[in-house]
Design a protein around this ligand. Structure first.
Ligand code: ATP
Length: 270
């Protein structure tokens, strides 16, 4: 149990909604669907019964995982991260037991979020060829644990399942039905991309004439993750100049690294 706790109970760097550009509608919905029912369960009764599960869906790299982490870290809610590698490989054949232990732990530490990233991979559509008996058992245990959540929430043991996917149609139908509240996370528009450039470039000095508005206009179709990669790549520019034609020994002896932080990054769109 301790091993599972160490692996899944994630206490990562605190992040807040302010670190996530745009997506204000999704942030509000998440507050309403996850945070409030966990914090004030006495209000969420009767017709206001909390959702069994919440699904964040949309294109890759749009901040779904980031939003889930922020929800937990902003309200001191325990966050159990059930990545598919832990659920399927390490405890192969035991994932059904693991699932039981996981939900017991989540109830013990409540309020908690049980988080399934890329849930389509972990709980894929039933009955396709080659489906493992173990994964079938895991699925049915998960579904029954989710059904148990709503009844135990009457007793104040608050657990919500939060999941993400890029392919909602590949999620097992029974699981999808239990992920009652669905929140679409779209690709960012120009204003959102501009905010992302500001967030990711706040620790670098920008070259004269670099305009985040122009960068945003030139990156139509980029996801949040694409914008971040572009910023990371650009932040390496000063280093590339100083290491040019240097041997590894010369690079190790260089004392310029601190100074490079102050160098302007000429991030001009092509
Ligand atoms: P996938 O579906 O591929 O798992 P995802 O939607 O869960 O992707 P994240 O993992 O949350 O995407 O985002 C990847 C990275 O992109 C984040 O670490 C973050 O740095 C950046 N990013 C994405 N969206 C935003 C955003 N709205 N604001 C700031 N950064 C963002």
């Amino acid at each position: 149990v301790r091993a599972i706790e160490e692996e899944m109970l994630e206490i990562s760097n605190p992040i807040t909604f302010d670190d996530i550009a745009s997506l204000s509608a999704a942030k509000e919905l998440l507050n309403e669907a996850v945070t409030l029912p966990l914090l004030i369960p006495e209000f969420f009764v009767g017709i206001r019964e909390p959702w069994k599960g919440v699904l964040l869906f949309g294109p890759p790299g749009t901040g779904k995982t980031l939003l889930a982490r922020a929800v937990a870290s902003m309200s001191d809610i325990r966050f159990f991260n059930c990545s598919s590698s832990v659920m399927t490989s390490k405890y192969r054949g035991e994932s059904e037991k693991l699932c039981k232990v996981l939900f017991n732990m989540a109830r013990h530490y409540a309020p908690s979020i049980v988080f399934f990233d890329e849930v389509d991979a972990q709980v894929s559509r039933r009955g396709h060829d080659g489906e493992h008996e173990a994964s079938r058992r895991f699925k049915s245990e998960l579904l029954s644990q989710m059904d148990g959540i709503s009844s135990s929430s009457q007793g104040g043991k608050n657990v919500i399942v939060l999941a993400t996917t890029n392919c909602p149609w590949d999620v097992d139908e029974a699981m999808r039905r239990r992920l009652e509240k669905r929140i679409y996370i779209p690709l960012p528009d120009a204003a959102a991309r501009e905010e992302m450039f500001r967030i990711h470039l706040k620790s670098v000095v920008l070259g004269d004439g670099v305009d985040t508005k122009v960068l945003a206009a030139k990156t139509d179709g980029f996801s949040g993750s694409d914008v971040k990669l572009l910023c990371r790549d650009a932040s390496m520019m000063p280093m590339r100049r100083v290491i040019l034609n240097k041997t590894p020994q010369e690079i190790r002896d260089m004392k310029v690294w601190g100074e490079l932080d102050a160098e302007k990054i000429p991030l001009l769109p092509q």
